[in-house]
Design a protein around this ligand. Sequence first.
Ligand code: ADP
Ligand SMILES: N[C@@H](CCOP(=O)(O)O)C(=O)O
Length: 319
Amino acid sequence: MTSPQRLAALPAGTAATVRVPATSANLGPGFDAFGLALDLCDEVRAEVVDGAGLRVRVEGQGAGVVPTDERHLVVRVLREELAAAGFTAPGLDVLCRNVIPHGRGLGSSASAIVAGLAAARALLLAAGAVAEHEQETRARVLLEASRREGHPDNAAPAVHGGFTIAWTRGEDPTHPDAVRSVRLAVHPDVRAVVCVPAEELATSRARALLPATVPHGDAALTAGRAGLLVHALTTDPSLLLDATEERLHQAQRAPAMPRSAELLRALRAEGLAAVVSGAGPSVLVLTDEAGVGRVSGLAAQGAWDVHARPVHAAGVDWS
Ligand SMILES: Nc1ncnc2c1ncn2[C@@H]1O[C@H](COP(=O)(O)OP(=O)(O)O)[C@@H](O)[C@H]1O
Ligand SMILES: N[C@@H](CCOP(=O)(O)O)C(=O)O
């Protein structure tokens, strides 16, 4: 039997602040691979305090709903990441200022996990417990966040910003090279508009709706559109409507989000490149400046909270 590892306490007064963007994954055909960071950021401040115990305050999204004890997602991940490095924070004060809606397909869980990991790395750096370059920290956070989420498409833009393509390598998800991503520059004319409904849909529930296999023709069409989408998003936005077609997930999940499926149909019928954001039920539209108002007009029929958001270029930051 192995004895439990003894953890060293970080000094009281060590503090870190993290800002992490929302993300929209899939973008239609890029299932589990493509993602876009949106300028809608949660902020987490973590401070090691004297004594023992935990204080968690949540403002904004999730306040009064998410647990404010050791089960809190950011806290849980932060503590596990400290422990993996051999450290602990016996007294911990955490303040979360949340704007990313939960359970709407805007990557809130991935952003919370990225925030917890980045806060832990920032505390370790501030205390001089580790020495690592910024790119090493980002690589570590991407690896761990992807492993915890089970797919890297939200974690990659949350960590690196912009439009990302992420992929996994090999059989060992803990290998330092197990997750890779590239970030591509989005064409300056492209605007991202998200239509967010009041109703939530847990990503786990939406994933359970996916079939184990798909017809070869559907896979072939989707692979071709994913390639085209890279060109459309970076070089020729006039191709976005065709490029956002896919046959792997949106129709399969439509019964769990009938209002989103209806809005998607209405927007696409008007020539707007609409897709389900992540696992839904929000709808993302990739359009130009003139399209932003058209989306608001079409979404005005239902109770949609419409946000036109710039792409968040930088990804998570910490200090
Ligand atoms: N900032 C946060 N703090 C604590 N828990 C969070 C936070 N963001 C997300 N979560 C947890 O993750 C759940 C949503 O995750 P998920 O179903 O993957 O939806 P999505 O990531 O699309 O918003 C929330 O119901 C909550 O339990
Ligand atoms: N590729 C995933 C993306 C889930 O994103 P989320 O924002 O809904 O968590 C999927 O489609 O299941």
